[in-house]
Write a protein that binds this ligand. Structure first.
Ligand SMILES: [Zn+2]
Length: 246
C-alpha cells in the first residue's frame, strides 16, 4: 500500500514499503502554479503511485518529471508515468541520455548538467550534479522551503516498515544512513566534493527516495553524514542483493 504524506503545503511524498527487501521506495509531487513530479519508482510500483497522485490533481497538468538517476527504482516507472502525465517533459542529467533512450524515453526530454533552476510558481527547484551514485546523478533543492530531494543519498533500509520520520534517536538515524552509503560503495571525498556546496543553503528537510525523511536538526545531520568516514564497500553490492536488475 502506498502511503501519502504532505510534507509542506502542496508537497507530497508517496512511499511503498517492500517487505521482502526491507526497503521503501518513494516519489514526490509538488503542486504550485505548476505541478511537477520527482522520481517514479520501479515500473511495478508506478501504477500504485500514479493512482494516488491522480487523487490529488489531474496528471496531465504535470509540466515536468524530474529523475535523480538511471537506476530502475528511480526512473523505471517513467513509461507508465508519461502515459498519464503525457504533457510533461522528463528532466534528467545529460549523462543518462542513453539509458533514457534504451527505456524508450525519447522526444520530450530536457537534459541538464546541474546549475539549472526551474520556476514552478512561487517556488524554484534547483538542480545540483552530484555524481556519487552514477555519473548522471542529480539532486534537487526546493526553495524557499529548503527541501532537498536526494535520491539514494541519505537513504536507509527500513527494517519492519516505513515511517515518514525517524523512529530512532538522531545518532542511530545517522548511523543507518552511513551504513546505507557504505553498502552502496560511496566515497566520503565525493560527498565533500559534490554535496558540500549545499551546506551554504537553507536546508530544512531531507527527502531521500528510500527510508525516512527528516526535518529535525537538518544542517547538523547533513554535515555529519557528508563528513562520515566510509569503509570499503563493494560498489553496487547492496543493489544487486535488493534489486537484482543492477
Ligand atoms: Zn535507489
Amino acid at each position: 500500500m502506498v502511503e501519502v504524506i504532505e510534507i509542506a503545503d502542496g508537497v507530497y511524498a508517496f512511499a511503498q514499503f517492500l517487505k521482502e527487501n526491507d526497503i521503501s521506495v518513494s516519489c514526490f509531487l509538488i503542486q504550485d502554479e505548476k505541478q511537477v513530479i520527482i522520481e517514479t519508482g520501479t515500473i511495478s510500483l508506478a501504477k500504485s503511485f500514479l493512482s494516488r497522485m491522480a487523487g490529488l490533481g489531474p496528471l496531465d497538468k504535470t509540466s515536468h518529471i524530474f529523475v535523480t538517476h538511471e537506476h530502475q527504482d528511480h526512473f523505471g516507472g517513467l513509461p507508465e508515468f508519461i502515459s498519464e502525465a503525457y504533457n510533461a517533459q522528463v528532466v534528467a542529467h545529460k549523462n543518462i541520455t542513453a539509458q533514457l533512450a534504451f527505456s524508450g524515453i525519447v522526444g520530450r526530454n530536457l537534459l541538464v548538467e546541474g546549475g539549472e533552476a526551474f520556476r514552478i510558481g512561487k517556488r524554484t527547484l534547483r538542480i545540483y550534479h552530484a555524481p556519487i551514485e552514477t555519473k548522471g546523478t542529480i539532486v534537487f533543492l526546493l526553495e524557499p522551503d529548503g527541501i532537498l530531494f536526494t535520491g539514494d543519498y541519505f537513504g536507509q533500509l527500513s527494517k519492519g516498515g516505513w515511517s515518514p520520520y525517524p523512529q530512532v534517536p538522531e545518532n542511530v538515524f545517522i548511523h543507518n544512513i552511513v551504513a546505507f552509503h557504505q553498502a552502496l560503495g560511496y566515497q566520503q571525498k565525493d560527498f565533500t566534493k559534490y554535496l558540500s556546496p549545499l551546506k551554504k543553503k537553507d536546508l530544512h528537510f531531507i527527502a531521500p527516495s528510500h527510508g525516512s525523511m527528516t526535518n529535525e536538526s537538518v544542517p547538523q545531520v547533513f554535515e555529519k553524514v557528508i563528513k562520515a568516514k566510509l569503509g570499503k564497500g563493494e560498489k553496487g553490492g547492496l543493489w544487486q542483493r535488493i534489486f537484482s536488475s543492477r
